[in-house]
Unconditional design. Structure first.
Length: 395
């Protein structure tokens, strides 16, 4: 009897402990939904649902639409109008939401539709980081882990089985990046493009190894002093990364133990070294344009390079006064792979010799892939690129 009572006490204790554990988990977060801007600067959206669709507006009016019906959303008289053939199904001044138990195909061209998970919001007059002419923005709203299947597939999806640890590191930082941006903006959280945030091409582009890596790290993010780290990353650092805005995004030598004497992890990348040749006069004219000078003259430019990171801070030249053009502005206008470059004048041309691809902040994807092939775990890869961060499971 006494034995049975002890067993009973043990069961109570286990039950209580589990309850505490569950309470701790739920007091953190559940898997959030993310709002990804997938189309912007458009005035017509083409839509087809592979299952039936429910369309609703901000006045709670709803319409059910049969599978495979071809819909169009346009703007007329300051409202969004949802059309089935020429029939008006729904109208709203701000937003129309489409939901389905299956996928929804949308696009800016009739013959080029992309499949997205289950919930689409079509919004009017959203504020963007850049100038847009046309009024509509399309936002895909979906669970974060499903979004990550797409992001990791786009960013590193063609990686091989022996590179899975790099994919896991990519999954963790893509998740941290997204969570750091959650609910910061009114209309959406981030862009589905590598140019502004992270590449995401909907439900169509998902690779098996990428999905495995996302599942293996479900809910894991990087933290720095209780904050979710804003884990920027890039394709190839060219041997050393550069400094970002936060202490954990500091410049490192991308080699074992950050050693200057060892070969960088990304040295085998096709983007490790690059070279481009430009017409010297055309280069000077570009610099004048960037400096805001409307007339042309000859000058000798000087590159000011950050000694630690190797990146071009700015280019300076003297005319009526001293002018400066930032390395990042030069990179964008000349379509250079990075600001990690030097210049050399050879007769009438300019040779630009550079290293790496991307902004150079945070994880170097080609370095991470090489680390994985050499047996490093995703935890070691993350520690290598993000100074003093900790892995945390938030759901
Ligand atoms: Zn690198």
């Amino acid at each position: 009897m006494r034995y049975l009572f002890l067993v009973f006490l043990m069961i109570v204790e286990i039950f209580c402990c589990r309850r505490v554990e569950i309470r701790v988990n739920t007091s953190q977060t559940e898997e959030p939904e993310i709002r990804v801007a997938v189309l912007w600067d458009i005035d017509t959206v083409y839509i087809v649902g592979d299952s039936s669709l429910i369309a609703s507006n901000t006045l709670q009016k709803t319409r059910r639409i049969k599978p495979n019906a071809f819909l169009t959303a346009v703007v007329k008289a300051d409202s969004i109008i949802l059309l089935l053939a020429h029939e008006r199904l729904l109208t709203d001044k701000q937003e129309i939401i489409l939901q389905s138990s299956g996928n929804i195909k949308i696009g800016r061209y009739v013959n080029k539709l992309t499949s997205y998970y289950s919930k689409i919001s079509i919004k009017k007059d959203v504020v963007h980081r850049f100038f847009v002419r046309k009024p509509l923005t399309v936002v895909n709203i979906l669970p974060l882990e499903k979004y990550l299947y797409g992001v990791v597939s786009c960013e590193l999806g063609t990686a091989q089985e022996n590179e899975i640890e790099a994919l896991k590191a990519q999954a963790v930082i893509a998740r941290s990046y997204a969570v750091a941006l959650l609910k910061k903006k009114k209309d959406f959280d981030l862009y589905g493009s590598f140019q502004y945030d992270q590449e995401y091409q909907g439900a169509e582009r998902e690779y098996r190894t990428a999905k495995l890596a996302v599942d293996a790290t479900c809910g894991e993010v990087l933290r720095y002093a209780q904050e979710i780290a804003f884990t920027q990353y890039h394709a190839c650092c060219g041997g050393k990364t550069t400094n970002g805005r936060y202490p954990y995004l500091r410049s490192i030598i991308d080699s074992p133990k950050h050693s200057k004497t060892q070969t960088p992890f990304c040295a085998g990348s096709p983007y490790y070294n690059w070279k481009v040749k430009l017409d010297y006069r055309a280069f000077l004219d570009t610099v004048l344009f960037l400096a805001g000078i409307g007339y042309k003259f000859y000058f000798i430019p000087e590159l000011i390079v950050d000694k630690k990171t190797g990146r071009v801070n700015y280019l300076k030249f003297t005319a009526d006064k001293e002018y400066k053009v930032s390395g990042e502005a030069l990179r964008k206008v000349l379509n250079l792979r990075s600001t990690f470059f030097s210049i050399k004048k050879i007769k009438d041309s300019l040779e630009i010799t550079g290293k790496g691809w991307g902004h150079g902040i945070g994880l170097c994807q080609h370095g991470a892939l090489a680390m994985a092939r050499r047996g490093y775990s995703y935890r070691e890869i993350l520690r290598h690129y993000y100074y003093n961060t900790k892995l945390a499971k938030i759901y």
